[in-house]
Design a protein around this ligand. Structure first.
Ligand SMILES: [Zn+2]
Ligand SMILES: [Zn+2]
Length: 189
């Protein structure tokens, strides 16, 4: 599928039927999964047969992950879904809006590439979490109000409003404190 496409069902009875069908499909997949696993365990083949079964099993997994039945982002199976051609997968409408919102936030962020790069370099260094001179005491972290990150951003001349925007984006991508910004969010810039 090449185009973005949303499938929304409003009628509560139809929604129930759709969700039941998704549950049945999931049960069917679980069933095949366990019978394949059983075959591998029972026969203990050391030839191509077990490789083929293992391959079938991972194809089955992929089939479910790429289907409209499951939102890989939140794991829910009872939502209206939208197909994202750029991600080549289905997402629920809520997760998609959230992703669109944070993509927009990142695009509108008034910090350029070199400022972002400078920030992460300084955060990792001595005035930040100190990962470059990792010692027995481990890394420093100021907690969820981001004191180390804010101090660096302030020294760089970034306004409080832009700091808020930047940190909101970081939080969404797993940066709940100074050290997690470096560990989780940095790769999303
Ligand atoms: Zn979702
Ligand atoms: Zn931390």
């Amino acid at each position: 599928m090449k185009k973005e496409r949303a499938i929304i069902i409003k009628n509560p009875r139809l929604r129930r039927i759709r969700n039941e069908l998704r549950n049945i499909l999931q049960l069917w997949i679980d069933d095949i999964w366990s019978s394949l696993t059983e075959q591998i365990e029972k026969h203990n083949w050391d030839d191509d047969r077990s490789t083929i079964i293992l391959r079938n099993r991972s194809e089955l997994c992929l089939f479910e992950e790429l289907s409209i039945c499951l939102c890989l982002h939140c794991g829910h199976r009872d939502k209206d879904m939208i197909y994202r051609p750029d991600m080549r997968q289905w997402l629920c409408i809520e997760c998609n809006s959230e992703i669109v919102y944070y993509d927009k936030l990142r695009n509108e962020l008034q910090m350029n590439k070199s400022e972002i790069e400078e920030f992460f370099n300084r955060l990792k260094g001595g005035e930040g979490i100190g990962i470059t001179r990792l010692t027995r005491s481990g890394i420093k972290c100021g907690g969820d109000s981001y004191p180390l990150s804010r101090a660096i951003l302030t020294k760089m001349g970034i306004s409080p409003e832009i700091q808020d925007q930047f940190l909101r984006f970081c939080r969404y991508y797993g940066g709940h404190c100074d050290c997690e910004i470096w560990l989780n969010s940095a790769r999303f810039f």
